[in-house]
Design a protein around this ligand. Structure first.
Ligand code: HEM
Length: 460
């Protein structure tokens, strides 16, 4: 049975920057610092590969077809490694954590983490999601009457979920410190510079000293988190009869020595697990603010379901519209809007020569907006994911694809689905004012300003 009658979900096209007509290396690399979305070349919509020569004889190749994405992410995955610019930018947070590992080290680290992200462990994690969603609704309820900062609130709920579901840890006051440090980093030092892209691997850039300083502060904070976790113990997990959480798995595999992998993996998972999901929830709220009929349909879907800690796992399969809204949000605003690699050896992809050392980019942002694969791609239309076969995994790739696909994809999608359902069941929301909210992509896709939302308690 369909949850919404066809035609009842009239849709809008959210404002986004136009793709660029002509782009040189300076504009494209410079835009990574300001707003990359303004610099992706329009040619990516038609040409399977767009090559941009770099100073010094290097190249950047933008591959924006499913075949190109498949080649890099699946077929020839060994030929494409982590980008030095990515190491420079993400390194201060992730260190040697899974996101930046390559080769044998990556295989080992992925094997260690995998057992924590299986379908068997998901129901347990959903209990923490449900609890955090409940607390978030309570905070919003208390603030009713004043405009709400849903960006801040979604960051808070996503961080609570990341730390409780993975590490059985209530961060308390540490949470605000983590959010402030990460947001500050992503807003400033986390924006890639031209030097990050052009200097040879291992060379320092003008940002290196300040990034090193940030890294010391970040590691200090992560160590405090680890201490708090040790003191608190895994009570939450034990209470529910689950023997171990990610913290236990990581200690067992990597030990607990200072300078070891533990702090890097924990730091990586906290950041990877909360910033992206918070972004998805925030953009979903801005989209839904313009779609009262979809909000009503979401509330109706969630109304009779038990979304409490005990009921969340069983309710999840029934939240089909909420899931499709989360998926459509990830199509329109993929937090990881481009997947970048360095060519480890020369190859030819989609008829285009890729010399060793080239920067290779798969612009998810463009793939998700191409009329060759999507009907009216500029419009918000959750029905494209409702009662339809899943889209091709190299056309729709918010979580990447192949062996390095996001390890937290199922958790993230379930989390976004449940939190949205819970919010929409409790409130009607609209934007306070008419100012459009524009996406700005640097490290992830963020809003150009922090909008305020008006919330109204839903009755019935
Ligand atoms: C909506 C939320 C999320 C989005 C859009 C997202 C997106 C992605 C993407 C696109 C990649 C692949 C990057 C590449 O190939 O270069 C990735 C990798 C990764 N993600 Fe996520 N992610 C999300 C949530 C999470 C969560 C909740 C966690 C942890 C619990 C997580 C942990 C990771 C890790 C550790 C990797 C590296 C995997 C590897 O290299 O083997 N992510 N993510």
């Amino acid at each position: 049975m369909s949850i919404v009658a066809p035609g009842t979900l009239a849709h809008h096209a959210p404002p986004v920057p136009a793709l660029a007509e002509r782009v040189g290396w300076l504009k494209l690399l410079g835009a990574f610092r300001r707003n990359t979305l303004e610099a992706f070349p329009r040619a990516c919509l038609d040409a399977p590969a767009v090559t941009i020569p770099l100073p010094g004889g290097g190249r950047m190749v933008l591959l924006s077809t499913p075949a190109g994405a498949r080649h890099v992410l699946l077929t020839a995955t060994h030929d494409f490694v982590r980008l030095p610019a990515g190491r420079r930018v993400i390194g201060p947070i992730a260190g040697r954590g899974l996101v930046l590992a390559d080769g044998e080290a990556w295989r080992h680290q992925r094997r260690v983490l995998a057992p924590a992200f299986t379908p068997r462990t998901l129901p347990l994690m959903l209990r923490f999601v449900a609890r955090s969603a409940e607390e978030s609704c309570r905070r919003l309820e208390e603030g009713l009457g004043a405009p709400a900062d849903l960006r801040g609130e979604m960051q808070r709920v996503a961080l609570d979920i990341a730390t409780t579901s993975m590490f059985s840890l209530e961060t308390g006051p540490l949470g605000a410190e983590i959010r402030a440090l990460i947001s500050g980093y992503l807003d400033r030092l986390g924006r890639p510079t031209v030097a990050d892209f052009l200097l040879p691997p291992g060379w320092p850039t003008p940002s290196s000293p300040r990034r090193a300083l940030f890294r010391r502060r970040w590691l200090r904070l992560v160590r405090t988190v680890l201490e708090a976790r040790r003191e608190q113990g895994a009570q939450g997990q034990e209470a529910q009869g689950a023997p171990r959480d990610l913290f236990d798995l990581l200690i067992e595999a990597h030990g607990d020595a200072p300078g070891g992998l533990l702090a890097d993996e924990v730091g990586t998972l906290i950041v990877a697990g909360h910033e992206t999901t918070a972004s998805t929830l925030f953009w979903a709220c801005t989209l839904l603010a313009r779609e009262p009929a979809v909000q009503d349909a979401l509330a109706a879907e969630a109304m009779g379901l038990d979304l409490s800690e005990e009921g969340a796992a069983a309710a999840l399969p029934h939240l089909r519209l909420a899931k499709s809204v989360a998926q459509e949000t990830l199509r329109l605003y993929p937090p990881v809007y481009v997947i970048a690699r360095r060519a480890a050896r020369a190859s030819v992809v989609e008829g285009t020569e890729i010399p060793a050392g080239s920067i290779v980019m798969i612009p998810t942002w463009v793939l998700h907006r191409n009329t060759r694969w999507w009907d009216r791609p500029e419009t918000f239309d959750p029905r494209r994911f409702l009662d339809r076969p899943e889209p091709d995994r190299f056309v729709y790739l918010p979580f990447g694809a192949g062996p390095r696909i996001c390890i937290g994809a199922q958790l993230a999608l379930s989390e976004a689905t449940l939190v949205l359902a819970r919010l929409m069941r409790a409130f009607r929301l609209s934007l306070d004012g008419d100012r459009p909210v524009l996406p700005v992509a640097t490290t992830t896709v963020r809003p150009d300003h922090v909008p305020r939302f008006l919330l109204e308690r839903r009755v019935g």
